[in-house]
Design a protein around this ligand. Structure first.
Ligand code: NAD
Ligand code: ZN
Length: 246
């Protein structure tokens, strides 16, 4: 790995006042959670349109809950990795700080991050399809669970394809990006919009962009530093450098 790139990234971050971290499925890959765009076009052996759209839930809520129950069990069986812990270290160094994640696996929270916005929801929350009921849950279900308040079906509180992002979360994330002087983009293919706009918002007002991924993405075009290497290896090194500077 290129130590010069690590130093350049650390320098930019250490000189930032308002720091945004934007993460995707790649940051959880080294924990053992598969990323989304597998080579065979399947997502953990399912077709996305069968399990992660509102239409799929209307058609076959049992199958959708089977899929999310499997994802819950998987996410419960793994731990945050070195990249998540490096991001938790960052939060301790910067007052004006935010992680925006597209992941639903809860691993940033488990690593210790508190300033966290989950723009695609959380795997361990479920909400009523009819009323405002919402609860945390680690359960697996054979049959769709029913709302204790109104009896309607509960659904996973995640954002499915074709659904809008939660308004409060996306507004907070965009407002922060408008003023951030640096964004670190980690393990996202950066093609799921509008979330993928975040790095471009920072870039457009003159902020710096640092990217850690295995391969180039649309963000690479606007990045001041791109490092193509596993984030579990790169991020702890960047953190060591930053802590030496600060
Ligand atoms: P994606 O699967 O489209 O892209 C993953 C990216 O991570 C790729 O660019 C890949 O090159 C990179 N990557 C893989 N391993 C890496 C590593 N070790 N270090 C650095 N980079 C690595 O994921 P996305 O951009 O997050 O978009 C997929 C959507 O699917 C999201 O909206 C998300 O909500 C959902 N999703 C979430 C999870 C999760 O919660 N862990 C998992 C899969 C999908
Ligand atoms: Zn209800």
């Amino acid at each position: 790995m290129d130590d010069e790139l690590i130093k350049r990234a650390a320098d930019i971050i250490a000189n930032s006042k308002k720091l945004l971290v934007f993460t995707g499925a790649g940051i959880s890959a080294e924990s053992g959670i598969p990323t989304f765009r597998g080579q065979d076009g399947l997502w953990e052996n399912y077709r996305v349109e069968d399990v992660a759209t509102p239409e799929a839930f209307l058609r076959n809520p049992r199958l959708v809950w089977k899929f999310y129950s499997e994802r819950r069990r998987k996410a419960l069986s793994v731990k945050p990795n070195a990249a998540h812990y490096a991001v938790a270290r960052l939060e301790k160094l910067f007052d004006d700080f935010l992680v925006v994640t597209q992941n639903v696996d809860d691993l940033h929270r488990k690593a210790g991050n508190k300033k966290l916005i989950e723009i695609h929801g959380n795997l361990f929350r479920e909400k009523c399809t009819a009323c405002a009921f919402i609860r945390n849950s680690e359960s697996s279900y054979e049959e769709p669970p029913l709302c204790p308040d109104c009896g309607a079906m509960l659904r996973p509180d995640v954002v499915w394809f074709g659904e809008p992002l939660p308004e409060k979360e996306i507004n907070e994330a965009f407002d922060f990006a408008e003023e951030a002087d640096t964004v670190i983009v980690i393990g996202t293919s950066a093609i799921v919009f509008p979330a993928a706009q975040l790095p471009f918002i920072v870039y457009n007002h003159g902020g710096k962009v640092i990217e850690v991924n295995l391969e180039p993405t649309p963000v690479t075009d606007i990045a001041n530093v791109s490092i193509f290497e596993k984030c579990g290896i790169v991020l702890p090194k960047i953190l060591d450098e930053i802590e030496a500077i600060l």
